[in-house]
Ligand binder design. Sequence first.
Ligand SMILES: Cc1cc2nc3c(=O)[nH]c(=O)nc-3n(C[C@H](O)[C@H](O)[C@H](O)COP(=O)(O)O)c2cc1C
Length: 254
Amino acid sequence: MSVDHELQKRRDFLKDTIRLETDFSKTDQSLGKEPPPVQKEIPPQSKTIPLLKPTEWTKRKDAGVHTAIANRESRRRFSDSALSMEELSFLLWATQGVRKIRGKNVWRNVPSAGNRHPFDTYLCIRNVSGIACGIYLYLPLSHQLVCQQSLAPQELAEKIGIAALGQYFIGTAPVAFIWAAVPYRTEWRYGAASHKVIALDAGHVCQNLYIACEAIDAGTCAIAAYHQNLMDELIGVDGKEAFVIYLAPVGKRT
Ligand SMILES: Cc1cc2nc3c(=O)[nH]c(=O)nc-3n(C[C@H](O)[C@H](O)[C@H](O)COP(=O)(O)O)c2cc1C
């Protein structure tokens, strides 16, 4: 399939190659400018409606959701314990699992613009009970994994650490979720208007991972800083029709 220049440019918006092209010494922060307000400024006389603070709530609708949201944070230290197969199954279900199928339409447990779900989930498995170390692909329709490459634990840890620009803590996690964008799934319907929503979709997936991790005493950390080509190579995608957009290591909390 040939991809026109305009479309390729818009696909590139999703890649992390911009990091290599950006002169960070010229950003406003580097130039010493004041940071922008952390909240949209409203006119001084605006009428506001107070909301109840968590400490004022008398009845929780769902204690599990409450706890998971309240405890969520980015976790970069993981215990040495393995993740069980059941825990991994739960996390995959939570992030890309299938909720409903009607003909050719497949709904999942996360939202996606136009229900296009433009991601494939790869796993860099280092320490999951019953699964050999290596790179795996998740198959949501059958809720299965397929091995892409077997690798020794040390080699895997080193490769993902280097591909993540020296963020070696990722290699200490029993498993890392690596999401590859498959833009055509969304472009098929939305053409050049696809790329922003693909990025938005990725956020939903990772957020479900954060919340689901909290429910099993595990933790994760969203990772968007990585070497595009090395990470694409690690999971075996071509960098054109599919490329890494986001990743997240997962392990039990220390
Ligand atoms: C889009 C995105 C990209 C991120 N990339 C990285 C990263 O490459 N490395 C890292 O250690 N943390 C990364 N983080 C985690 C943030 O640093 C973290 O969310 C932020 O410091 C707030 O902390 P909290 O998640 O504990 O609330 C990223 C988070 C988001 C949402």
